[in-house]
Each structure stands twice: as C-alpha cells, then as structure tokens.
Design a binder for this molecule. Structure first.
Ligand code: BTN
Length: 337
C-alpha cells in the first residue's frame, strides 16, 4: 500500500468521529502501531484535528464527511453531457496544477479524451498543499473542510472568445448556491462569491493555447464549506462558510454534484449562446450593482458607480469621465476599506 493509500484508509476509519485504538488501525492496515502514529502526525499537518488519548486511541472530533467519488461518477455519467469523468484525490498540490499536468502530457496523444470537444474532466481534492488563488495568492485548503475542484476541457474556440466564460461560470455557481442558501450569495466582479460581504468562494480561470484556434480551459473553484477559524488564521479577508447557511441538510457530495451538473449546463449554454445569454442576470447577482465602488488597478484607484458588464465580461463603471470599461482590477465598496 502506498503512503497516501494508508492515510486514506486511516481517515476513512476515523471519519466516524469515534475512538479507534492504534492497534486496531495497525491491524486493519497491516502495519505497525508506530507507523500508524507517524501517519497520524502527517494527517495533523493537513490541519485535521486528531485527538490521541492513552488507552483509547485516536479520534477526529465531529468526524469527517468525505466526498464520495463513486456517487459522483455514477450520477455525472447519467446526468451530464460534458463533465463525464471525475476523480477525487485525498491530497494534491493543486487540482488546477494536476489537470494542467495531465493535459500537457496527454493532449498530444491521438487517443486522448481531451481531443473530444465535448469532454471535460473534473479533479476534486480533499486537501491541497499548494492551492492557488488569483494574483499569486495562496488558497487555504485544509483537509475535508471545504470544496476544492478544477474542471478542464479543450475548446474549439480561441482564447479571445473566452472573455465572458469565466464570468458566466461565476454567475452560474452563484445561482446554484442560492438554491440552497438561506442568505443571498452575490458575485463580486470578476470571480468572488460573497455573502454579506464575506468571501465564500473564489474562482480561478486559467487558459492556455492559441488566440484563434483551440484552447485548454482550467476552471478552479474553492468553496468554503465548514472551515474552522483556526484553520483560516492566514486568510486576510472576511470569509464565510456555506454549510451553516443551508436551508436543508445536504452532504458535501450532494452539493458537489449539484454544482457540477449546473456548471455543465452553464458551459454548454455559453458555448451555444455566448455571454449575452447570461447578461440579463447580472443586476440581480452582482454584489455591487448600482453602488458606489472603488476599482483598484495598478497605481490607481478609480471611483464610480457599477452599472454592469460588457459582452466580453469587462466591468462597466460610470465615472466622472463618463462610462468606462475595465478588464482587470479589484473592486470594493466605496468607503468599505
Ligand atoms: C481566488 O483567488 O479567489 C480563486 C481561488 C481558486 C481556488 C481553487 S481551489 C481549486 C483550484 N485549485 C487551485 O489551486 N486553485 C483553485
């Protein structure tokens, strides 16, 4: 058994939140008690709290709710036309990095699934050692606490045609989550999902390829689910979890499935109709629509009223100079910072 498989087995045993003796775990895995102890130490570095009590053994308080790969795979195959394959990893550097690596090594092979334009692959991870956010930031990814996933697919479109797609994905995700949440979730241009001004999810869209020909799109989503304050110590902004806002009980796997099914539809609608299909929903979903905002661009802060988005996903502000359009920048509410 590889180390990662042993760790996976231990986490599955401890997921019930009960005490398990070192000896019983050792016997089940066919390893020594000291090997179990070393693996528990490794698990603790993934920000999982594991109690160790002499005479009782190990326990994860409140247990874990692990993502069910088999459930996702079966459901996706039945329901979806684009996202057909999903893998759930126990730990990886970054789901985005993982898919990019796979694409690089496989896209040139004639038999590769990637060459099929109606094929998208999903990588979900329980833990990321080097989760990345926009602008080179780190995405805090404690084990089992949140949802971390990437969708990769090759498109018969050049990079220039993708402007609005990343925004459409954010809007689609926002609509899905609003179906479960008892507080409104809004989008902060271009790709943050907020609840009551606290960040609940972030989206990182990376594309590579030709300007006019095919491109590989890698959409990464990090969604805070049930993260503990202790696990989020290094996060420098206000953040929120989805789980406490759910209007009915749903497992992480069920939420993951709903998100993937809806994203499948979002991507297909975008490929068929473009961003104009999504544009009418912007006023309702935007966190700052018709509000006074500040846009942070390198060496400048621009003040204006957010009045919408363009066909290519750019942000429209009514400034003193008139209507101005921006392709990048960090938006905040005026007076909020
Ligand atoms: C942001 O900065 O708001 C974007 C965060 C995106 C994080 C996700 S988690 C899954 C995927 N893998 C990564 O390394 N990053 C994205």
């Amino acid at each position: 058994m590889k180390t990662i498989e042993k760790i996976q087995a231990i986490l599955t045993i401890l997921a019930d939140g009960e005490f398990h003796s070192g000896q019983s775990i050792a016997d089940e895995l066919g390893i020594s008690r000291s090997a179990v102890w070393k693996l528990i130490k490794k698990i603790q570095t993934w920000q999982v709290e594991v109690y160790s009590v002499t005479g009782k053994g190990y326990k994860i308080p409140n247990g874990l709710e692990l993502i069910d790969e088999q459930f996702l795979q079966t459901e996706l195959q039945q329901k979806n036309s684009l996202i057909k394959q999903v893998e759930v990893l126990t730990s990886i550097d970054s789901t985005a990095e993982h898919l990019a690596r796979e694409w690089k090594t496989q896209s040139n092979e004639k038999t590769s699934d990637w060459s099929d334009s109606s094929y998208a692959r999903v990588c979900v991870a329980e833990h990321q050692t080097a989760g990345r956010g926009r602008k080179g930031r780190t995405w805090v990814s404690p084990f089992g606490a949140n949802l971390y996933f990437s969708i990769g697919f090759q498109l018969p479109l050049g990079l220039t045609a993708l402007g609005g797609l990343s925004l459409a994905v954010g809007m689609g995700l926002c609509q899905t989550l609003n179906c479960f949440s008892n507080k409104p979730i809004k989008i902060k241009w271009p790709n943050d999902l907020l609840v009551n001004q606290h960040k609940m999810a972030g989206i990182l869209v990376e594309a590579s390829g030709d300007t006019n020909d095919t491109s590989f799109l890698n959409i990464g989503v990090g969604l805070n689910w049930d993260m503990q304050t202790k696990q989020a110590e290094t996060i420098e902004q206000d953040w929120a979890n989805l789980k406490p806002l759910l209007s009915k009980r749903l497992s992480r796997s069920q939420v993951m499935l709903a998100i993937l099914c809806d994203l499948d539809k979002t991507i297909q609608s975008y490929l068929q109709h473009g961003f104009s299909f999504f544009m009418p929903n912007w006023p309702e979903l935007s966190a700052f629509y018709q509000q006074s905002v500040v846009l942070d661009v390198p060496n400048k802060k621009i003040q204006g009223i957010e009045i919408g988005v363009e066909q290519n996903g750019a942000l429209k502000l009514q400034t003193k100079q008139g209507v101005e359009v921006f392709h990048s920048g960090e938006v905040s509410l005026r007076g909020a910072t």
